[in-house]
Design a protein around this ligand. Structure first.
Ligand SMILES: [Zn+2]
Length: 99
């Protein structure tokens, strides 16, 4: 698993393209982190506080684990995936992004 943290939205876009992540242009505008099924986690830290960055890393790592454990079928249960990843990320980082 590769975790790559980039400092700007532009660098995030460039890396999304380099890793051939689908819908890179849209994702670069609407997200700050992506987990691909190719074992790559890409995070744009430009707009994240240190606490939120500490939360986002385990959140995305949980997605890698979910995909590894359950296969691509789990991508159909997006709501469960996000809640599960938030739960683990909050336990690990001590940060709740909703507070
Ligand atoms: Zn997520």
């Amino acid at each position: 698993m590769l975790i790559q943290i980039v400092p700007t939205r532009k660098a995030y876009y460039n890396e999304l393209i380099r890793y051939k992540i689908p819908a890179a242009a849209k994702l670069s505008r609407t997200s700050y982190a992506v987990t691909s099924t190719g074992n790559v986690i890409l995070i744009n830290s430009e707009e994240l506080s240190r606490k939120h960055l500490a939360f986002t890393s385990p959140h995305e790592m949980t997605h890698q684990y979910q995909i590894e454990k359950y296969g691509a079928e789990i991508l159909k249960k997006r709501s469960w995936m996000e809640q599960d990843a938030d739960y683990h990320a909050e336990k690990i980082s001590g940060y709740n992004k909703y507070q």
